[in-house]
Write a protein that binds this ligand. Structure first.
Ligand SMILES: NC(=O)c1ccc[n+]([C@@H]2O[C@H](COP(=O)([O-])OP(=O)(O)OC[C@H]3O[C@@H](n4cnc5c(N)ncnc54)[C@H](OP(=O)(O)O)[C@@H]3O)[C@@H](O)[C@H]2O)c1
Length: 227
């Protein structure tokens, strides 16, 4: 029986790459985009069902969970994220910058995971949050993009709370994933990794993690990262 994945934020970049990789391995893929009119490449991938979702829109998230009711997910991959301007720091950010960054990167992903939790296979399912090495409190500072890093550190923290609340009776696995530094709109042209290499690696890590349970902060090669 084919495995089923829900990818949040798959219009371009790593989300699109994940949809391609999973579909090429025979998975059934449900992929969300903010604007289905701007998902031309995604539409060319056979076996991908496209749905509309802005991760910050709570009603939209609830509606998607209802539409998917009865579906059993082997993978929920919450990829959507923004970087804001590279220079954003605690000194220069406006309240609007902070709100947008932390809502999109930290709060909305965990809220979405809560809504989708009943759909994820409680034994072998995997929930993956797209984090970043910049969110590591130990190694992130000094790498640039301090406010973005803080939003991913907040995501990691909220993810650990989410895992703590899962309780007994589930062996699903939660991953906080660093994709590597990848050439996308966000990663920029100078990034060393291409999308295919990163996504192939991330899918490999997801498959390895299935059934193991627990929560780990790893990169696309399976390297354990410091919190
Ligand atoms: N590239 C890297 O080197 C790198 C490194 C570490 C972590 N990451 C993380 O990896 C993830 C993907 O990054 P990327 O490099 O592929 O960036 P990207 O090319 O800028 O793509 C970002 C994706 O997130 C979606 N998105 C943004 N805000 C959203 C919202 N409110 N609701 C739903 N979808 C939304 C975008 O959709 P639209 O097309 O509608 O804008 C797009 O599909 C992010 O979480 C990022 O922080 C990337």
């Amino acid at each position: 029986m084919p495995k089923t994945a829900l990818i949040i934020g798959a219009s371009r970049g790593l989300g699109l790459g994940l949809a391609k990789q999973l579909a090429s391995e025979g998975w059934q893929v449900i992929a969300t985009v903010r604007d289905p009119q701007r998902a031309d490449e995604l539409k060319t991938i056979a076996g991908v069902r496209i749905d509309a979702l802005d991760i910050n829109d709570g009603d939209c998230v609830e509606a998607l969970a209802q539409r998917l009711s009865g579906t059993m997910l082997d993978l929920l991959f919450i990829n959507a994220g923004i970087s804001g301007s590279r220079q954003l720091s605690a000194i220069n950010a406006t309240a609007e910058d902070v709100s947008k960054l932390f809502m999109t990167n930290a709060v909305a992903p965990v809220r979405l995971a809560k809504h989708m939790l009943p759909l994820v296979d409680p034994q072998t399912g995997v929930i993956t949050f797209m984090s970043s090495i910049m969110g590591s409190v130990e190694t992130g500072p000094g790498m640039g993009m301090p406010l973005y890093g803080a939003s991913k550190a907040a995501l990691n923290h909220l993810t650990r709370s989410f895992v703590a609340e899962l309780g007994e009776g589930t062996s699903l696995t939660v991953l906080s994933m660093h994709p590597g530094w990848v050439r996308t709109d966000m990663g920029g042209e100078e990034a060393p990794l291409d999308i295919e290499t990163s996504c192939r690696g991330m899918v490999e890590q997801v498959k390895r993690a299935a059934g193991q349970g627990g929560h780990r902060f790893i990169d696309y090669q399976g390297e354990q990262l410091p919190w």
